[in-house]
Design a protein around this ligand. Structure first.
Ligand SMILES: CC(C)(COP(=O)(O)OP(=O)(O)OC[C@H]1O[C@@H](n2cnc3c(N)ncnc32)[C@H](O)[C@@H]1OP(=O)(O)O)[C@@H](O)C(=O)NCCC(=O)NCCS
Length: 426
């Protein structure tokens, strides 16, 4: 077997041999194929079948429903690991020893405070500003406080700014939330773990010490692990594209937050809840499904660009949903609608044919609501753990000797050269 692709261009009858390595052909090899002096270009809106980098971080097999971080199945990490341990794994390539983990947790803890000016920045937003807009601005502003972050070729500067951002994200998210509900900020408590401290900064009231239900802490830990990375998704691609211009992690992750804000990406769980509210009652589910099939909108929380069998995260999250509902003791009618929707859609030909299955967002919104988060916070709760993935990918991108500034081609469809017409002549 020869690892190459034989191509015959029927326009010119010319034949070409394109080498295949790692199951790919190099798009630049297509430049050799020319007709009328025009090189052949591949057209791929949304990068459906284009690899933009090599990566050793996350492996996905969409057809088999497999997700692995550095080779570890997501199911095992969700069962045994913590978010910070998973963060160490994603960033460094292997699980930490007990000593390395303790050092890492301590290091992240020491970077949880925000520069004071960032509080002023948050204060400048209207009370009803979306917290994702606050997060995006604040994260982008961090490079003005940590100028060493621009030294992206210095491994020590890279490491320091990575840990800074991981430490600060929960504090920033909690401050953005408290600003939107008009409550005073709660500062990090060094005696609490990453997720427990996050819950305390979000929800502590007048009580001297906030004590979170351990089941809720674990559920958040699991949600964070599931959301930590997902190879070259829209926001990670945004982070890598911005980083490819030589940008620091804050500027790059600010772009990632912007991408994640979109309803087709991180905003989907918010859209799921809106959809469930619109449906109102279980008996209206068939009518809603019929509307989706008629093209009156999409079934939010269903379908995935990569998973065409099932999303392995959805299974884990469904289990976490049940545990959270047991802990908070709420009988949420929206959960019943969600279960009915899932049941009907999984049997319906329209969804089966198109291989549309529940994705991670189908249930995560319900968990967040049970934890009393307003819908605007849902995407923020995605951004906090995904920062770990963005930073791992940022680091891999800026140290990749094959990386180039991101600059796709286009097919020009506009008018060609014409003379400028003066105002009176148009
Ligand atoms: C995630 C998503 C953007 C992936 O899109 P994609 O891989 O580009 O798939 P396409 O948009 O090409 O859809 C393929 C077909 O399935 C249909 N489809 C895809 N998602 C659908 C959904 N959620 N509900 C109904 N139909 C859907 C499309 O209409 C299309 O049908 P057609 O072939 O008859 O035109 C898409 O499934 C979606 O919009 N889902 C809802 C939003 C969501 O939950 N996002 C979170 C992702 S984690």
């Amino acid at each position: 077997m020869t690892d190459s692709l034989s191509v015959r261009d029927n326009r010119t009858n010319a034949e070409y041999e394109l080498p295949i390595s790692d199951g790919t052909i190099r798009a630049v090899d297509l430049l050799r194929i020319t007709a009328d002096d025009e090189p052949l270009v591949s057209y791929d809106p949304g990068f459906v079948n284009t690899a933009a980098c090599r990566s050793a971080i996350t492996y996905i097999d969409g057809d088999a429903g497999i997700l692995e971080y550095r080779g570890y199945p997501i199911e095992q990490l969700a069962e045994h690991s913590t978010h910070l341990e998973t963060a160490y794994l994603l960033l460094n390539g292997q699980l930490p020893t007990a000593e390395e983990l303790a050092d890492w947790e301590h290091l992240v803890n020491t970077h949880r405070l925000l520069p004071d000016n960032v509080k002023t920045l948050i204060h400048g937003f209207r009370y009803d500003a979306h917290p994702m807009a606050m997060m995006m601005s604040a994260v982008a502003s961090f490079h003005t406080f940590y100028r060493d972050s621009r030294n992206i070729t210095d491994p020590e500067a890279r490491e320091l700014n990575i840990v800074r951002l991981i430490g600060k994200m929960p504090t920033l998210a909690a401050f953005a939330y408290r600003h939107s509900v008009g409550r005073p900020y709660v500062y990090p408590d060094d005696s609490l773990g990453y997720c427990e401290n996050f819950l305390a900064m979000l929800f502590q009231g007048a009580e001297p010490k906030y004590e979170a239900d351990p089941r809720l802490v674990r559920a958040l830990e699991v949600l964070f692990i599931l959301h930590a990375d997902h190879e070259q998704n829209c926001s990670t691609n945004a982070v890598r594209a911005v980083a490819s211009a030589g940008n620091d992690p804050y500027t790059s992750c600010g772009a990632g937050i912007g991408a994640l804000f979109g309803p087709l990406h991180g905003g989907a769980n918010e859209a799921v809840l809106r959809m469930l509210r619109e449906i109102k009652t279980v008996d209206r589910v068939p009518e809603f499904i019929a509307g989706v099939k008629d093209g009156k909108g999409r079934l939010m929380g269903f379908g995935h660009r990569v998973y065409k069998n099932y999303d392995p995260r959805a299974k884990i999250i469904k289990h976490a949903t049940e545990q959270v509902f047991e802990a908070v003791g709420v009988d949420n009618p929206l959960l019943k609608i969600a279960i009915e929707l899932e049941k009907i859609a999984l049997q319906d030909d329209y969804f089966v044919k198109r291989r549309l299955y529940p994705n991670v967002d189908f249930y995560s919104g319900l968990i967040y609501e049970a934890l009393t988060f307003p819908p605007e916070m849902f995407t923020v709760l995605f951004a906090v753990p995904r920062t770990v993935g963005w930073l791992s990918q940022w680091q891999e991108g800026v140290t990749d000797p094959e990386a180039k500034i991101s600059r796709p081609k286009q097919i020009y469809t506009g008018i060609r050269t014409r003379d400028y017409a003066h105002l009176g002549e148009r």
